[in-house]
Design a protein around this ligand. Structure first.
Ligand code: WT7
Length: 652
C-alpha cells in the first residue's frame, strides 16, 4: 500500500477541546461556516472587511479586487500603507516596552529586543540604506544567518520601500550570484559568518565569490554584519560594516508611503525548469494574508502568546511567520540561530520551557529527526506553556503527527497542519484549531476566503475520493502577483490555458475524503521536497551536466525516513562507467560539485552510474522507471517502448 493510500485509511479524528474552543478567535464549527458562507456570498466584501479591520492604512482603499488584467490581479489598489509601520510603529503607543524578539544564539546566549528598540534599530538601518543610495523599488539581497539583524534588514527595506530578496544562507555563491543578477540588486546585506551547531559557516566569502562572477555591476555596496568576528576579505571601496553603517544614523525614519500593490519582496523558489522563479509579493495583500492566518490558524493572542516559528528567514515560512506575521500582531516571538540537535536533541524542548513558548511551528522533517534522536526527551522538560502546535513543508506522516500530539502537545494542544506555498504567501488549507477537528496527515479544510478545488486535466471539479490537481479558483490577497522579470512564465506556470487560464494551479496533487478533508499527495511537476525544501530536478541535473566529466544526468526522488524525499542521481559519464572505488570517488566529487553549484541541500544522497539512461526510441528519459529503480522495486512496468532495456540491470 502506498503512503497516500495508507493515510487515506486514517480515521482518527481529534475535535477541538471545549477549553480551546471557548477561548478561540474562531470558536466552533458554526463560526467557521459563517465565515466561509460570508466569503462565498460576498467574496470581495469579506476580504475588504478584514483589510479594514486588520491593516492600518495611510490612505484607505475604495477599490477591492481588480480582475480586468487577469491573471495579474490587483487588490485594494488605491490604498496606501507601510508594512513596517504596521509591524512596529502602530504598537508603540500601547507596548513600546513589550518584548518583540527573543533571540537565542547557537551557544544559548539570549537577547531581548523591545518594540521600541526594534523601531529604533529598524529606523537607524533604514537610514543607513538611504545613505547608501537605496530608494523605493530598488532590490536589496539579504544573505544572512538567522538573527535579529536579518529581521531588522527586511523591516528596514519595507520601511523605505526597497524590495528585499532574501537568499537562504545555505545556498552557494553560484546560486546567490544567479539571484543577484536576475533581481539586478543594488546592495547585498550579509554577515561575516553564521553559527550553527557550534560551527561557523562563512557567508561573506560566498558574497565575494558571487560578485566576481559576471553581471554584478549593479551591486554598489555590501553591508556586513559582524557575527563571529572571524577574518574576512575586505574590499575598501565596496564593503561596509553594519555597525559603521548605523553609527551616526538617527533612530527615526519616516515610513515610505507605499501603494497596496507595490512589491514588498521577491523570493526565489524552484520550478520545473533549471532557473529559479522570482516569486513577487505585494504589500497590502501579502500583509493581510499573514495577519488573517495569524489570527485564524495560529489563534494569536497578542498579549499572552509567545510565538515560535523555527523556519529560517531564507524561506517563505520565515518571511510570513517570523518577520511579518508575529510583528504585525504585536506579539512576542522567539528567533533561533542554531539547529534542533545542538547541543542535543532536547534543544527545542528546552527553549520552549525557558521562553514559555505557547505556539510552536515547525516542519515534519525536524519532528522525525527528533523522534529518532530522542523520542523520550520532551518529557524531561516543562512544556506546559504550549497551547498550539503547527506543521508545515510537506505532508506529515500520521506516526509523526501522533508523537507530536502526545509527546510535545501532551494530548492537549491542537495541531495545525498548514498547506501553502512560497507563491500563496500565507496558509491556504489548514484547520482553524478551535473549530475544525483534525486528522493525522490531513491539512483539513480551506481557510475561510480561500476557494480550493480538486480538478481533472480539463479543469473539471472531481468528486470526493478522487485524486487530481489542487487548484484555488478565486484570486486571494496574498497570492503572488507575478514572477520577477517573467510575466509569461507566471501565466504559464500558474494559470495554464488547459484549465481555463483563471484558476491558480498549485502544482500539487490532492484528494478529498468523504468529509471534504484535503490530503496532499505530492507534486505534479519535477520538483522534489527534501526536508521541506523545494528543489527542481532540472536544477540539479543542470548542475551535474555542467561538470566536465558528466555527459548526462537524471534526478529522481525516493522516500526517505527523515528528509521525506532523498535525491537519487543517475549519471552517464563522458568516459567509461566507473566501478568500485573509482565510482565512490567520482560520486564524492560530483556531490561536492552540486553543493558548490546550488548548495548543500541539493547534494544527491546517492549516485548511480550507467553507460546510458533508459530512453524511449524518441530519446525521452523514462523517469518512472528510474523512480522504480531508485526505490529498489523490480520493474513490472511495460518496457517494450524502451530503446535499451538492458540498461535497467546496470542501474539497479
Ligand atoms: C510545497 C511548497 C509553504 C511553506 C514551506 C514550503 C509542500 C507545504 C505542506 C503541508 C503537504 C505541503 C507542497 C507545496 N507542502 N506544506 N502542510 N502538507 N504538503 O514552501 O518551498 O514553496 O513548497 O511544499 O508540495 O506545494 P515551498
Amino acid at each position: 500500500m502506498s503512503h497516500i493510500e495508507s493515510v487515506l485509511h486514517e480515521n482518527r479524528s481529534f475535535p477541538p477541546s471545549s477549553e480551546f474552543t471557548a477561548q478561540a478567535n474562531v470558536s466552533g464549527i458554526a463560526a467557521y461556516q459563517a465565515l466561509t458562507t460570508k466569503a462565498a456570498t460576498d467574496y470581495e466584501g469579506y476580504w475588504a472587511d478584514l483589510a479594514r479591520q486588520h491593516i492600518s492604512w495611510e490612505t484607505p482603499f475604495t477599490r477591492i479586487l481588480d480582475e480586468t488584467n487577469a491573471p495579474f490581479y490587483r487588490w485594494f489598489d488605491d490604498g496606501y500603507l507601510n508594512v513596517s509601520y504596521n509591524c512596529i510603529d502602530r504598537h508603540l503607543p500601547a507596548k513600546a516596552d513589550k518584548t518583540a524578539l527573543i533571540f537565542e544564539a547557537d551557544d544559548g546566549l539570549v537577547t531581548r529586543i523591545s518594540y521600541q528598540q526594534l523601531h529604533d534599530r529598524v529606523c537607524a538601518f533604514a537610514n543607513a540604506l538611504i545613505a547608501q543610495g537605496v530608494t523605493k523599488g530598488d532590490r536589496v539581497v539579504i544573505y544572512m544567518p538567522m538573527s535579529a539583524e536579518a529581521v531588522i534588514a527586511m523591516q528596514a527595506c519595507a520601511r523605505i520601500g526597497a524590495i528585499h530578496s532574501v537568499v537562504f544562507g545555505g545556498f552557494s555563491a553560484k546560486s546567490l550570484h544567479e539571484r543577484i543578477v536576475d533581481a539586478q540588486a543594488k546592495l547585498v546585506i550579509t554577515a561575516d559568518a553564521g553559527m550553527r551547531g557550534g560551527r561557523a559557516t562563512s557567508l561573506k566569502s560566498a558574497v565575494d565569490e558571487a560578485l566576481t562572477l559576471g553581471g554584478t555591476e549593479c551591486i554598489s555596496r555590501v553591508i556586513v554584519y559582524q557575527r563571529t568576528g572571524q577574518e574576512v576579505n575586505w574590499h575598501e571601496s565596496r564593503d561596509l560594516w553594519w555597525h559603521d553603517s548605523v553609527a551616526d544614523m538617527p533612530n527615526t525614519c519616516e515610513p515610505a508611503r507605499m501603494n497596496a500593490e507595490d512589491p514588498l519582496f521577491i523570493l526565489y523558489t524552484s520550478g520545473s525548469t533549471g532557473t529559479p522563479k522570482g516569486v513577487q509579493h505585494s504589500s497590502a495583500g501579502y500583509l493581510l494574508g499573514a495577519i488573517v492566518t495569524m489570527n485564524m490558524v495560529f489563534d494569536a493572542k497578542a498579549d499572552t502568546d509567545v510565538f515560535w516559528c523555527t523556519a529560517d528567514v531564507g524561506w517563505i515560512t520565515g518571511h510570513t511567520y517570523v518577520t511579518y506575521g508575529p510583528l504585525a500582531m504585536g506579539m512576542t516571538q522567539v528567533i533561533f540561530e542554531g539547529v534542533p540537535t545542538y547541543p542535543d536533541a532536547g534543544r527545542f524542548w528546552k527553549m520552549i520551557q525557558d521562553h514559555r513558548v505557547t505556539t510552536f511551528y515547525t516542519a515534519p522533517t525536524a519532528i522525525r529527526s527528533l523522534i529518532k534522536l530522542g523520542g523520550e526527551l520532551p518529557r524531561q522538560y516543562d512544556l506546559s506553556s504550549l497551547r498550539l502546535l503547527g506543521s508545515v513543508g510537506e505532508p506529515i506522516n500520521p506516526e509523526a503527527w501522533m508523537w507530536y500530539h502526545q509527546e510535545v502537545g501532551q494530548s492537549r494542544c491542537p495541531i495545525v497542519d498548514t498547506w501553502w506555498q512560497t507563491e500563496t504567501g500565507s496558509n491556504m488549507i489548514a484547520p482553524l484549531p478551535g473549530a475544525v477537528a483534525t486528522k493525522p496527515g490531513s491539512c483539513t479544510l480551506p481557510i475561510p476566503g480561500i476557494i480550493a478545488d480538486v480538478v481533472d486535466e480539463h479543469g473539471a471539479s472531481l468528486p470526493f475520493g478522487q485524486g487530481g490537481y489542487l487548484v484555488i479558483t478565486r484570486p486571494f490577497p496574498s497570492l503572488l502577483r507575478t514572477l520577477w522579470n517573467n510575466p509569461e512564465r507566471y501565466k504559464k506556470s500558474y494559470f495554464p490555458e488547459e484549465l481555463g487560464g483563471k484558476v491558480y494551479l498549485a502544482g500539487d496533487s490532492a484528494q478529498r475524503d468523504t468529509d471534504g478533508y484535503y490530503w496532499i499527495m505530492g507534486r505534479i511537476d519535477d520538483v522534489l521536497n527534501v526536508s521541506g525544501h523545494r528543489l527542481g530536478t532540472m536544477e540539479i541535473e543542470s548542475a551535474l551536466v555542467s561538470h566536465p566529466l558528466v555527459a548526462e544526468a537524471a534526478i529522481v526522488g525516493k522516500p526517505h525516513d527523515i528528509k521525506g524525499e532523498a535525491i537519487v542521481a543517475f549519471v552517464v559519464l563522458k568516459g567509461e562507467r566507473p566501478q568500485g572505488a573509482a565510482a565512490k570517488e567520482i560520486s564524492d566529487t560530483l556531490r561536492n560539485w552540486v553543493g558548490q553549484e546550488i548548495g548543500a541541500i541539493a547534494k544527491p544522497d546517492e549516485i548511480r552510474f550507467g553507460d546510458n539512461l533508459p530512453k524511449t526510441r524518441s530519446g525521452k528519459i523514462m523517469r518512472r522507471l528510474l523512480r522504480a529503480l531508485a526505490k529498489g522495486e523490480t520493474i513490472t512496468q511495460d518496457v517494450s517502448t524502451l530503446e535499451n532495456p538492458a540498461i535497467l540491470d546496470q542501474l539497479k
